[in-house]
Ligand binder design. Sequence first.
Ligand SMILES: NC(=O)C1=CN([C@@H]2O[C@H](COP(=O)(O)OP(=O)(O)OC[C@H]3O[C@@H](n4cnc5c(N)ncnc54)[C@H](OP(=O)(O)O)[C@@H]3O)[C@@H](O)[C@H]2O)C=CC1
Ligand SMILES: Nc1nc2c(ncn2[C@@H]2O[C@H](COP(=O)(O)O)[C@@H](O)[C@H]2O)c(=O)[nH]1
Length: 328
Amino acid sequence: MELTTVFDYEDIQLVPNKCIIDSRSEADTSVKLGNHTFKITVVPANMQTVIDDALAMKLAKSGYFYVMHRFNPETRLDFVRTFHEAGQIASISVGVKKEEYDFIDQLKAADLVPEYITIDIAHGHSDSVIEMIKYIKTTLPESFVIAGNVATPEAVRDLENAGADATKVGVGPGKACITKLKTGFGTGGWQLAALRLCGKAAKKPIIADGGIRYNGDIAKSVRFGATMVMIGSLFAGHDETPGDIVELDGAKYKTYFGSASQYQKGEYKNVEGKKLLVPYRGLIEDTLIEMEQDLQSSISYAGGRQLNDLRYVDYVVVKNSIVNGDSY
Ligand SMILES: NC(=O)C1=CN([C@@H]2O[C@H](COP(=O)(O)OP(=O)(O)OC[C@H]3O[C@@H](n4cnc5c(N)ncnc54)[C@H](OP(=O)(O)O)[C@@H]3O)[C@@H](O)[C@H]2O)C=CC1
Ligand SMILES: Nc1nc2c(ncn2[C@@H]2O[C@H](COP(=O)(O)O)[C@@H](O)[C@H]2O)c(=O)[nH]1
C-alpha cells in the first residue's frame, strides 16, 4: 500500500453547519458499544499509569466505558467477579501468550463472562490475535471482543472476519510511544488519516487509540469513523489515576509510561515506550465533564443533535505537516 496524502489531528478543521438546537445541553454525547450505552465516546487507555481497579469502578458506576489493563494478570478473575457482584460491567484486557488461553478457560470454568474483552498487543494484525479472537468467541461467545492495535483497512477486515466485535486503530501515535522512532513503522503523524482509511473499511465499530492532544480531537475522531476514542496522556495526570504527584519547580505532575517501556516490562527488551511527566489536572470527573461539554459544542457546530451527526460534516486540510513532536 502506498499512501500519498496523509494528515493528522492538527491539520484538519471541521466546517460548521447551521445550528438546530437552542442550548448545547440538548446535544446528546452518548454512544452505544455492544449491548451498553455510555455517557461519552471516550475511554481512558488500558495502561498501568492511567487506570486501576478503583478508577475502573468509579467510571463504571458513573456510566463511562472503561478497559482495565492486563498487567496484574493474577487479579483479573477476582476483578470480573467483584464488578459483577457490584452490578457493573466487567471490561478487561488480555494478551496472546499461552497463559492467556488458560485464563479464558478459567473464566469459562468459573462462569464469569466479562462483558468486554480487549486483546491488547502492539501489532494486532497477526495470526496470534486472530487465533485469540476465535478462541474467545468460541469459549465466551457473549463477550464483546475488541481487537488491536492495527493500522490498515486490511487489518480491520481480517480481525472483523475472525470475529472481532470492534477493532482498535493506532500503532505508534501515543504520547509515550517511540515505535515510529525505534522501528520506522506506524501511524504516528498520520493517525487521523489512518483512522479515515480504516473507518471506510470497517463494518463494525472502531476505537481510535492514541494521539489525542485536545478535546477537539475527539470530535475529529468521530468525524473520521471512530465510535470510541481511547486516551492515555490526557487522563494520566488526575487524582484518581495511579501514581504519586511529583513537584518540579513549583509545578505539579504525574508519571506516565508506555506499556512497552522498560518501566512496564522491568527490562530493556523490545522497548517501544518511554516515561514522561504529564501536568497534574485535579479530579478526573472535571475533565470528563469538560470533554462532554466540548463534545456537545462540537455537535452543535455540526448542526446536529447527536454524536453521529459529526460524521457528515465537511472538513478542510489547513496545513500538511507530519511533524508530531515525538522525541526520546
Ligand atoms: N498502540 C501502540 O502503538 C503500541 C502499544 N504497545 C503496548 O505495549 C504493550 C506490550 O505490547 P506487546 O509487546 O505486543 O505485548 P506482549 O509483550 O504481551 O507481546 C505479545 C506477544 O506478541 C509477540 N509480539 C509482540 N510484538 C511482535 C511483533 N512485532 N512481531 C511478532 N511478534 C510480536 C510477543 O513475543 P516477543 O515479545 O517474543 O516478540 C508476545 O508473544 C501492550 O499493552 C501494547 O498495547 C506497544 C507498542 C505499540
Ligand atoms: N508505541 C507505544 N504505544 C503505547 C505504549 N503504551 C501505550 N501505548 C499506546 O498509546 C495510547 C495512548 O496514547 P496517548 O496519545 O493518548 O497518550 C495507548 O492507548 C496505547 O495504544 C508504548 O509503550 N508504546
